[in-house]
Design a protein around this ligand. Structure first.
Ligand code: 6PG
Length: 468
């Protein structure tokens, strides 16, 4: 039997190992290499029936030699320097036309830089979403790179991807960093979605005195409606779980400090530099940071000891508020993708992005199918203004207002819900209040203004009377 492998994978951490098994499971012979050789062999030994399609290799040279040409190599190593190091080690062993796929959460600018530096070897920047389970049984994948590099990988990627009604959740989204950019924005939306859910959980727990089991039931019910999604499903699931040792809800045993690897923060910074801000993601990133400031929060709780009050809200109102906030958060995300696609000359296909997010990824949801339809019908229209979603917002915004108002009155923080509401009210305010900002700027710094009665003339200094 020919023992060359069709594809190779480097980095057998959780994601890499699961992706390698997925590739073997879809009928491909795959070579694997890991920095620690023992892990490579343990992986092959544990692969059961799939071991027949796995070629463990002990050196990079042996790994490269085992691959059919043009070689296809997936890197599943931590983002940052390890990717540069691995590419540098591989390049002398490769030939023109070989393709390296970076399947980590790399910064899209790094992917662009690396793609430009690799000469005749091609780089495909591949955003992979879905966690360990997704990697094993069907992730959503966002590819950036040349058409040839994508064509070399497409048959394998389509086979391992999550399928939504028969359509594989993988697409070529543009050159160089496009795939990792879209994955970054996916993660930013993921942060917002998770924060919105956490705020509703907080109202149920702290404002309405509900226990984890009741909260689990509420989210499970919502998962049968318009909010149906992986994140709502796992929210119900984790809320229902109990600790075998103490019998308490596991959720109640977790310290309230959120971790983050940085992709949400990257999204926020990128969005601000493009003047396409994402207030929902900003609120989510800030909330994670403040969650880490446990000492500050403890101090605040003792200085202002009159804790939050009770809230009276029914679950239908909470559900409707979450629906409205979710639409607004996603609308912000897709708007950013539109702006970045134009600025970077990527022509990002927004409807395709919504489509490949319908299954496999962390933010997969029923609503993404409707979003794909709205973006297909009118890619230039902000999602929040697309007829179907504008109609939905008209009916659901009153609930978001009630929830934000009631939470504010009770003293319970709902930063992402409030940010989405303020965003909504800002983007539908034809005459805003920035004339006051401009007046102040012109008064103290002669920064110049435009006058409403002299269109086209900018930088005008107004005849302010002196301050006495
Ligand atoms: C995914 C996730 C995945 C991972 C992030 C979470 O799409 O599968 O987004 O990429 O869970 O690393 O990031 P934080 O650690 O920053 O929450």
């Amino acid at each position: 039997m020919d023992d060359t492998a069709e594809i190779g994978l480097i980095g057998l951490g959780t994601m890499g190992a699961n992706l390698a098994l997925n590739i073997a499971d879809t009928g491909h012979r795959i070579a694997v290499f890991n920095r620690t050789t023992a892990r490579t062999h343990r992986f092959a030994a544990d692969a059961g029936a799939l071991a027949a399609r796995i070629v463990p290799t002990d050196t990079l040279k042996a790994f490269v030699s085992s691959l059919a040409r043009p070689r296809r190599i997936i890197l599943m190593v931590p983002a940052g320097q390890p990717v540069d190091d691995q590419i540098a080690a591989l390049l002398p062993l490769l030939d023109a036309g070989d393709v390296i796929v970076d399947g980590g959460n790399s910064d899209w600018r790094d992917t662009r830089r690396r793609a430009a530096d690799m000469g005749a070897v091609q780089l495909l920047g591949l955003g992979v979403s879905g966690g360990a389970e997704g990697a094993r049984h069907g992730p959503s994948m966002m590819a950036g790179g040349s058409a040839e590099a994508y064509a070399a990988l497409e048959p394998i990627l389509s086979g391992i991807a999550a399928q939504y009604q028969g359509a594989p959740c993988v697409a070529h989204l543009g050159p160089d960093g496009a795939g990792h950019y879209v994955k970054m924005v996916h993660n930013g939306i993921e942060y917002a979605d998770m924060q919105l859910i956490a705020e509703i959980y907080g109202l149920l727990r702290d404002g309405m005195g509900q226990g984890a089991d009741r909260i689990a039931q509420i989210f499970a019910d919502w998962n049968d409606g318009p909010l149906s999604s992986y994140l709502i499903q796992i929210t119900a699931h984790v809320a229902a779980a109990t600790d075998p040792e103490t019998g308490q809800p596991l959720l109640d045993l977790i310290v309230d400090r959120a971790g983050q690897k940085g992709t949400g923060r990257w999204t926020v910074i990128d969005a601000q530099t493009r003047a396409a801000p994402l207030p929902a993601v900003e609120a989510a990133v800030t909330a994670r940071v403040l969650s880490g400031a446990a000492d500050l929060r403890a101090q605040g709780a003792s200085v202002f000891a009159d804790g939050p009050g009770a809230v009276a809200l029914d679950t239908d109102t909470l559900e409707a508020a979450l629906i409205a906030a979710k639409v607004l958060a996603y609308s912000q995300g897709f708007s950013l993708l539109g702006v970045a696609g134009a600025e970077e000359d990527w022509a990002l296909p927004l409807p395709d992005i919504a489509r490949i997010w319908r299954a496999g990824c962390i933010i997969r949801s029923a609503m993404l199918d409707d979003m794909a339809g709205a973006l297909q019908a009118s890619p230039e229209t902000p999602l929040a203004f697309a007829p179907s979603f504008a109609g939905l917002l008209r009916t659901h915004i009153p609930a978001l207002r009630s929830v934000v108002a009631v939470a504010a009155t009770a003293g319970l923080p709902v930063p992402a819900l409030a940010a989405t509401l303020a965003y909504f009210d800002s983007i539908r305010q034809a005459r805003g209040t920035a004339n006051m900002i401009q007046a102040q700027r012109d008064f103290f710094g002669a920064h110049g203004v435009e006058r409403t009665d002299r269109p086209g003339a900018s930088g005008l200094n107004l005849p302010w009377p002196p301050l006495v």
